[in-house]
Design a protein around this ligand. Structure first.
Ligand code: IDP
Ligand code: MG
Length: 168
């Protein structure tokens, strides 16, 4: 297994329920390091790219609205990259099963998740499921400059002329 990186998202229900601190505390049980963290506005393009593998599922459209924050009046998530030995499995174990009602009650999803009356799994947290998914997701949500360690290939290149925001 060796050193891995995995993407974690605290989903809009987790933010709305003020669970950020609790979830980060639970994740610290893994003794993994945080390689990067950001609050991200989730537009439809990012949401659909993130869940591209699920686009044929009947719940896809609701899932996109959920991760975009449409049900929780906040269009943002907290994205983190955890780094260390067997990071992917360690984080998945603490998250618990996808269905919050089947998840171990001591897991994050078991403790904080719910299924809404319209059938959405509000399970508070996302974590990459395997190495291929982890690489794809870390590269989707973070630029290399936002991470303090790199396990995926990076390259140096001249930045194209791009507009950036500066403090006025
Ligand atoms: P995972 O998040 O445990 O990796 P995935 O199968 O990748 O599970 O599904 C992504 C997300 O889609 C889940 O976390 C959950 O929010 C939602 N989801 C998955 N399966 C269902 C379902 O059967 N009904 C409603 N929502 C679902
Ligand atoms: Mg998944």
């Amino acid at each position: 297994m060796g050193i891995e990186q995995t993407l974690v998202l605290i989903k809009p229900d987790g933010l709305k329920k003020s669970l950020t601190g609790n979830i980060l505390t639970r994740l610290s049980e893994t003794r993994l390091e945080i390689a990067g963290a950001r609050i991200v506005h989730v537009n439809r393009e990012l949401a659909e790219e993130h869940y591209a593998l699920l686009k044929d599922q009947p719940f896809f459209e609701e899932l996109i609205k959920y991760i975009m924050g449409e049900f929780h009046e906040r269009r943002k998530v907290m994205a983190l990259v955890y780094h260390g030995e067997a990071a992917i499995q360690k984080v998945r174990t603490i998250c618990g099963a996808t269905n919050p009602e089947e998840a171990d009650p001591r897991s994050i999803r078991g403790a904080y998740g719910r299924i809404t009356t319209s059938g959405i799994y509000e399970n508070a947290i996302h974590a990459s499921a395997n190495p291929e998914e982890a690489e794809r997701e870390v590269r989707l949500w973070f630029s290399p400059e936002e991470l303090v360690y790199h396990i995926y290939a990076v390259k140096e290149a001249e930045a194209k002329r791009e507009k950036k925001l500066f403090w006025a």
